[in-house]
Design a protein around this ligand. Structure first.
Ligand code: SF4
Length: 293
């Protein structure tokens, strides 16, 4: 079975990413985020398993692709999720990607990505780092196995210092939990100070299982969250969204904050269907491929 596949946003027109390929070296993810979407379509999703023969199968699939293809690692798991620190597959995979002349987009919440800077700085790669809040207590609750936010900020700094373009994802913003504008401003300011050149923001979208986990983890937001999502919100392409006025207000403010700290920062929202994206920049940060600091 192929491990590198064409990116499939499941016909969701709200996804504005350009076409590309994806590789998920791990099935499931060990970070166990309360709001995670993968539990709705991956069995036993929080029991991460490195795919059998993934390095061998990656090379087999790479032989079929044109040089210069764009490959995202990964969108259905974090490639630097816990098993990767012991059972290292990302290093050989990145070396293969480099040897086959591929463009790589990495999305992670882990500072473990800095282990591979020696390879990343010699290939065409962009790293997207997700930080949902600088509040260590909240982060520890909703992202129990992911490294703390400060470690992720340090990772951004190291990547940027080595000439690797970095996008910051505030993804998702959770209403009544991580939507305080002063907190978001502190996060954006720190990100810009560390050298991020692109910001992606999205508002939490509910699926029955992630919603259940979220209110179990943070019961104090339950009533307000219910009113916003189930009272005023609506279902779009299989996810329950908060109402547009709330999303537009939050995302417009976040964009203004980003521009306050960096006039040149690229800005995208993810699967929001709102006209807030900047021209010629993409949610997957692929526009940064081939660029240097
Ligand atoms: S890091 Fe991403 S894939 Fe992993 S549990 Fe968290 S949200 Fe899910």
């Amino acid at each position: 079975m192929r491990v590198i596949r064409e990116f499939d946003p499941w016909s969701n027109p709200l996804c504005t990413c350009p076409p590309k390929y994806t590789l998920n070296p791990i099935t499931g993810c060990g970070h166990k985020c309360a709001y995670c979407y993968i539990t709705s379509y991956i069995k036993d999703a929080f029991n991460p398993r490195i795919k059998r023969d993934v390095v061998y199968n990656t090379e087999r699939d790479l032989r079929r692709l044109p040089r210069g293809a764009v490959i995202a690692i990964s969108y259905s798991s974090d490639p630097y999720s816990p098993p990767e620190d012991k059972e290292v597959v990302m290093r050989p995979i990145l070396r293969l990607m480099k040897n086959y002349g591929m463009n790589v987009l990495i999305a992670t919440k882990s500072n473990l990505v800095t282990r591979d800077i020696d390879i990343l700085k010699n290939m065409n790669a962009v790293v997207s780092i997700s930080i949902t809040t600088l509040d260590e207590e909240i982060a520890g609750l909703i992202e129990p196995n992911a490294p703390p936010p400060e470690k992720r900020l340090e990772a951004i700094k190291h990547l940027v210092q080595n000439g690797i373009p970095v996008s910051l994802r505030i993804d998702p913003i959770i209403p009544f939990l991580t939507d305080d504008m002063e907190d978001i401003e502190r996060l954006i300011k720190k990100g810009v100070e560390q050298g991020v050149r692109h910001l992606v923001v999205s508002i939490y979208k509910a699926k029955p299982d992630n919603y259940r986990r979220l209110i179990q983890t943070c019961p104090w937001i339950k009533d307000e969250l219910h009113t916003l999502y189930y009272g005023r919100g609506k279902i779009l392409y299989g996810y329950r969204y908060p109402p547009e006025d709330y999303r537009r207000m939050v995302l417009t403010r976040v964009k203004a904050i980003a521009k306050k700290y960096s006039a040149n920062i690229g800005f995208n929202v993810c699967r929001e269907g709102l006209d807030l994206d900047e021209p010629s920049v993409y949610c997957d940060a692929s526009h940064l491929l081939g660029s240097t600091r």
